[in-house]
Write a protein that binds this ligand. Structure first.
Ligand code: C5P
Length: 295
């Protein structure tokens, strides 16, 4: 058994997010494009002599102990391995919480991929993803990461080839706009639009081809209608990020983060200059991470 390992937990963005319908189990059927970005939390996993699962976090505003999603993830993976839990988990937080970047899901996914490594056990990706689906809808994708199409409530994933060249990603987090994913879905009003399926595939094709001009025309995130209504600043951020005409700006997941996609760092920095004076936090990242090296 290894004593300590450090597993990166990458954030994600959704260049396209289509909410298809509400299901009888309360979830929504989705079709979405998921892209990992280099911004990551670090998960420190240490084998412990004491039984139990200890969770600590560098950010005091995030729950530690059993209230953290990684606790459930660890319980489930120990059950799969048929080992009595005995681990300490420390989360070094860099991904903003409640921001639509999948930070909590990424941490859970890193724990699911990491604990078998800590115990030097081999588990198939399919089995790890099955455990992930019990923990959260975005978790299966994040166990492997990279680029993928997600279906169902998000837990069914078709992984795709990485982009021929990474894109530069600007993440813009409006200050004091925390968003609960549950709240956004509860307030979502489905709209019937028969051309959604073809727009979705045009947007996915544009993304895969790195055609930002076409992506700007076809990309959409159905959840924007809910979060934007509550926080109009999101619309202003999108407009500012697209003002220089060099990139595409969208809300990520249920928000409130807005991401901008650009070909070059220069274009990204130029776009950021239009945000001057706005109450936002910024991260410059990219799509160069491909696959979690732990699976
Ligand atoms: O799966 P997860 O726990 O991350 O989802 C959080 C909440 O978001 C769910 O309780 C549900 O209300 C909502 N959700 C949804 N449809 C999805 C994913 C999430 O309604 N496909």
């Amino acid at each position: 058994m290894k004593k300590t390992i450090i597993v990166p937990a990458y954030a994600k963005i959704n260049p396209v997010l289509w909410v298809k319908n509400k299901r009888s189990d309360g979830y929504h059927d989705l079709q979405m494009l998921m892209q990992s970005v280099s911004l990551a939390d670090n998960i420190v996993l240490s084998a412990s002599r004491e039984e139990g699962i200890g969770v600590t976090c560098s950010d005091e505003s995030i729950p530690s102990g059993p209230d953290n999603l990684v606790y459930k993830a660890a319980l489930e993976v120990f059950e799969l391995l048929k080992i009595t839990p005995a681990v300490k988990i420390h989360i070094e937080k860099h991904i903003p919480a409640a921001a639509g970047l999948g930070g909590g899901s990424a941490d859970a996914a890193a724990v699911i991929a990491g604990i078998p490594r800590l115990y030097e056990k081999t588990v198939s990706l399919a089995d790890l993803m099955e455990v992930g689906a019990k923990v959260g809808s975005d978790v299966p994708f994040m166990i492997r990461g990279g680029l993928g199409l997600a279906f169902g409530r998000g837990e069914q994933v078709q992984f795709l080839e990485k982009l021929s060249k990474p894109l530069i990603v600007v993440l813009v987090m409006p200050i004091d706009c925390p968003v609960s994913t549950k709240w956004v879905y509860q307030n979502y009003q489905p709209s019937q639009n028969s051309s959604k399926a073809s727009t979705f595939s045009l947007a996915v094709t544009a993304y895969i081809k790195r055609d930002l001009l076409a992506l700007r025309q076809f990309a959409f995130n159905d959840l924007e209608s809910v979060t934007l209504h509550r926080y109009p600043v999101i619309q202003r951020i999108k407009e500012m990020l697209e003002k220089n005409g060099k990139g595409v700006a969208m809300m990520s997941g249920s928000g409130s983060t807005v991401f901008g996609l650009f070909y070059t760092r220069k274009d990204a920095l130029d776009a950021i200059s239009y945000l001057e004076g706005m109450p936002v936090m910024l991260e410059l990242t990219d799509t160069s991470v491909y696959q979690n090296k732990f699976v």
